[in-house]
Write a protein that binds this ligand. Structure first.
Ligand code: NAP
Length: 267
């Protein structure tokens, strides 16, 4: 049976997941806070397997509901509508970006996906497809059996839900390893070894702007499941908690922002 992915959030990550899902033959229902009318161009670009909906329609239609909104907006998600749903949580905590701070996250009492699960008690939340940039999400995806296929981690408290999400991520182009429970998911949060860098090509400083942009759109060397497990096992709990753009090579920040704004303008 063809499955439907409901995607809440139509920004960089929502769009990347939608493109990967339709390419793998999934139906997509996508929504944002501005309403389905704002998504006409995106839906046309995605093709006949996709449609836009309200957030309620997205949740109702989704066999899996993908949460691709800023973590700061998590409390706007209508918890009662999520009962029994399998959720993929793509969100990450970036306290420096957007000014959202949460005490339980800051003192490492909760992981960000535990916070999401606490807000959606009737859902089965699985953290996944969160640890690589939207552009690398698209460019690292490879079919099963491809030697260049890389590996992504998931974490969650419900075994069945993890199986459902793993199958989806495998279908759209990745091997999957289990990083444990949501309480363990700090091992795959920002500033851990498996976050971002294993999927981003290195950009040598001497490249021209055009060469750097071209390279940024390529995949990195693939990470085997064994290598991915090792990165997860060797992680140390980051302190302070949360991602930051500080300290990133300027070329990465510039490319990320420029390509992101080009993508935003396109929609
Ligand atoms: N950017 C990346 O490379 C990347 C990679 C991995 C994970 N992530 C994480 O994924 C999440 C999304 O990132 P992004 O870069 O895609 O952000 P983005 O480009 O800013 O898109 C966010 C989307 O969420 C929608 N939205 C915001 N509040 C909403 C609400 N209350 N209800 C419904 N829709 C809402 C926004 O549309 P409206 O304003 O129209 O509602 C927009 O479509 C973040 O938590 C981020 O940390 C990002």
């Amino acid at each position: 049976m063809t499955q439907t992915i409901g995607i809440i959030g139509s920004g960089l990550v929502g769009k990347a997941v939608a493109h990967l899902a339709v390419a793998a033959g999934y139906h997509v229902v996508i929504g944002n806070s501005r309403g389905p009318e704002s998504l006409a161009a995106l839906v046309e670009e995605l093709g006949p397997l996709a449609r836009a909906g309200t957030v309620t329609e997205v949740i109702t239609a989704g066999d899996i509901v993908s949460i691709a909104i800023p973590l700061a907006a998590f409390e706007s998600l209508p918890a009662s509508q999520f009962v029994g749903k399998v959720v993929i949580d793509h969100t990450n905590y970036y306290p420096d970006v957007g000014g959202f701070r949460q005490t339980d996250l800051d003192r490492a009492a909760l992981t960000s996906s535990e916070l999401m699960q606490r807000h959606l008690p009737g859902a089965n939340v699985v953290k996944g497809l969160h640890n690589l940039g939207w552009i690398h999400m698209q460019h690292n995806a490879r079919a099963r059996g491809d030697v260049e296929r890389t590996t992504l981690p998931i974490a969650g408290d419900n075994h069945g839900a993890k199986g459902v999400v793993a199958r989806f991520i495998e279908d759209i182009g990745y091997n999957v390893v289990d990083a444990g429970l949501l309480a363990d998911s700090w091992r795959i949060e920002p500033n851990t070894p498996i976050y971002f860098w294993p999927y981003a090509p290195a950009i040598p400083g001497h490249l021209s702007e055009d060469e750097a942009k071209r390279l940024y759109r390529q995949s990195a060397s693939p990470l085997s499941p064994t290598a991915a497990r090792k990165l997860i096992e060797t992680a140390e709990r980051p302190s302070p908690v949360g991602g930051t753009l500080e300290g990133l090579p300027p070329v990465h920040v510039a490319l990320f922002l420029e390509l992101a704004s080009a993508e935003t303008v396109k929609s």
